[in-house]
Write a protein that binds this ligand. Sequence first.
Ligand code: NAG
Ligand code: NAG
Length: 484
Amino acid sequence: MIRFATGVLLLSFLAISVVASCSRDLIGDVLRLPSEASRFFRSGGVSEDNDAVGTRWAVLIAGSNGYWNYRHQADVCHAYQLLRKGGLKDENIIVFMYDDVAYDEENPRPGIIINSPHGEDVYNGVPKDYTGDDVTVDNFFAVVLGNKTAVKGGSGKVVDSGPNDHIFIFYSDHGGPGVLGIADDLLEVLKKKHAAGTYKSLVFYLEACESGSIFEGLLPEGLNIYATTASNAEESSWGTYCPGEYPSPPPEYETCLGDLYSVSWMEDSDVHNLRTESLHQQYQLVKTRTANENSIYGSHVMQYGDVQLSKNNLFLYLGTNPANDNFTFVDENSLRPRTKAVNQRDADLVHFWVKFRKAPEGSPRKIKAQKEFVEAMSHRMHIDDSVKLIGKLLVGIEKAPELLNAVRPAGLPLVDDWDCLKTLVRTFETHCGSLSQYGMKHMRSFANICNAGIRNEKMAEASAQACVNVPRSRWSSLQKGFSA
Ligand SMILES: *[C@@H]1O[C@H](CO)[C@@H](O)[C@H](O)[C@H]1NC(C)=O
Ligand SMILES: *[C@@H]1O[C@H](CO)[C@@H](O)[C@H](O)[C@H]1NC(C)=O
């Protein structure tokens, strides 16, 4: 009897909520096929997350290349597998990765990529939408905007979304203050997408050093965008499952297998019924795991934009794996023990060093690894010294440290004039060689130089004095292109 009453209540509730959320459909389209009707009812009121007619879209980007950056492509491949198990279709998942890792001669398991020490292959089946030179910021923007004509190369797949759709973007790279093809451009793209009315809500997960600087003071509320980042605007994010750390990759791997923030959200999503877990719950969990018990091997996960969206269930963006239906999210069951981790910026050195240490004495492999290690180290010193010297040339010995190291208060963007930042970075790289992944950390110094109102002509003069000759290694900007 009680059960019957509940049933009636539920039915009338259903009827109300269907009318409420779909009234527009009812006016123009009263007659429905039985199949449509059942879809209509199933999704209209029962599911608490209001997933009425929308499609789930995902854009996954690994921004780096090189075997020593194995972890970024591993992160992205893992995300793809997760979304597929969650029920997303290939036609709605767009993948950017250089695709130079799976078959790199350094990969101990050719054609296989793993994202954790005992993890299964995550590479199999990953669509190669944009690989190699087609991994560009312009293509990423065109894909998000759904602009097929603006895409160059690749599969041409874009986010062809409608007003009821949900979009998930996951980006894994090393970054540096304000990078990601420079933050203000990204914000323009997101605003354009919002103005086009082609999504209901958008979630952006971002793994990179100083990733917070991309949204800090920039991402407004009201765009229906919720973003979380691996770190705040002024710190490194961390690689994990690195050689020599615990847990470490299988012995034959001389590289980190994943990144701490990325692995945290994915390993959580892998095992739960995502209808029972909200974005906010995941944020809390990932924040705790990534802080790594507030050790130095951790960073501060941040959230930006329309934070109230985080009450939505992950299901709305990631789907859910039916095999996890009985695994309700519970806070305590989800944390992993603390791990050691490797500063993202040092992951390349770790690779060269482990390679060097393990190679047989006197072998060509050992000599090559030593050369790579020394080259990377001396490039770092060259970049650090050049930036310091330029600071002194610009404002004098005493004021230079403040100019270069100042951090703006929270809520203020990294720089007021983004074009200035881009110009200064290019000027620097023309004279001093590529910043490269490590040198991205100086992006804040360049931003400070802009904020101090120093003109590009002065910067060019100082750079020319500081860097008498352009280094002729593979780190030269002439070979690698500009960083901004
Ligand atoms: C798509 O990109 C092309 C080429 O960049 C541009 O001319 C066009 O205006 C864009 N279309 C839309 C709808 O933004
Ligand atoms: C969940 O539990 C129910 C009841 O024990 C069982 O019938 C069902 O097969 C389980 N589902 C999965 C996916 O394991």
